[in-house]
Design a protein around this ligand. Structure first.
Ligand code: HEM
Length: 206
């Protein structure tokens, strides 16, 4: 094994992270507008928090940002899997229970070069939620052509609830994510500039 080095946040990760943050914001705000037109819980979102102005505009924003989100997400996944980023930085999750207890008592260290088990679980969880959102969104968008997908999710009406609950999970992640960035502000520079170079083992052919 030879040793080489890599940035904590390689350029493709940084680019896709910020494109994702923009696309997610558009998806959530326009999605709230679409929900408001036919709410299934006893509340609606305030108009100022929605994107698009009216139902037609909400849907136009939602479908346009969807292409950006999905294309960008596929690029991230392809890079993360092929380059080994996913395996190196997020797998295995590690001692989750120990790190949750340490986080709750403010004793969890953020070393800046390697995600702790709480971060790994949260990042993997939000990636899986993203996949669930795209699957349930496709079922809602094309319920006739993709009837099998809607059926797999329990039918159109259940797929709507799945899509909403997935959104709530992602919104909760974002609140926690931003709170952690506020607690460890130096991590923000890393996801913008790339952060420190880390040593990684490089496989060499005999
Ligand atoms: C303004 C909004 C955001 C800010 C300021 C922000 C900030 C950050 C920072 C500082 C890191 C690096 C953490 C570290 O080095 O310990 C990070 C990583 C990450 N963020 Fe965000 N983030 C934002 C929005 C989002 C959104 C909306 C999502 C997804 C819904 C997201 C998902 C992730 C993921 C999955 C990683 C790990 C990336 C990897 O290493 O592959 N972020 N973010």
């Amino acid at each position: 094994m030879a040793v080489t080095s890599r940035r904590a946040h390689p350029l493709p990760v940084r680019l896709t992270h910020w494109i994702n943050a923009f696309a997610m914001t558009c998806m959530i705000m326009s999605g709230w507008g679409i929900y408001n037109a036919s709410p299934f819980f006893g509340f609606v979102f305030p108009q100022w928090a929605t994107l698009g102005g009216w139902l037609g505009g909400n849907i136009a924003w939602h479908l346009a940002a969807m292409w950006l989100l999905v294309g960008n997400g596929l690029l991230y996944l392809a890079y993360a899997i092929i380059s080994g980023h996913l395996r190196r930085r997020m797998l295995p999750v590690g001692p989750l229970w120990r790190d949750i207890r340490a986080a709750l008592t403010f004793r969890l260290k953020h070393e800046g070069h390697g995600y702790n088990a709480v971060q790994r679980a949260l990042y993997l969880g939000v990636l899986l939620l993203g996949v669930l959102m795209v699957a349930s969104g496709l079922a809602l968008w094309k319920p006739v052509q993709l009837a099998w997908l809607a059926d797999l999710l329990g039918g159109y009406e259940i797929a709507r609830r799945v899509h909403f609950i997935g959104m709530a999970g992602i919104a909760a992640f974002v609140v926690l994510h931003l709170a952690l960035v506020l607690l460890f502000p130096r991590t923000l520079a890393g996801i913008i500039t790339g952060g420190p170079r880390l040593a990684v083992e490089k496989e060499t052919r005999p």
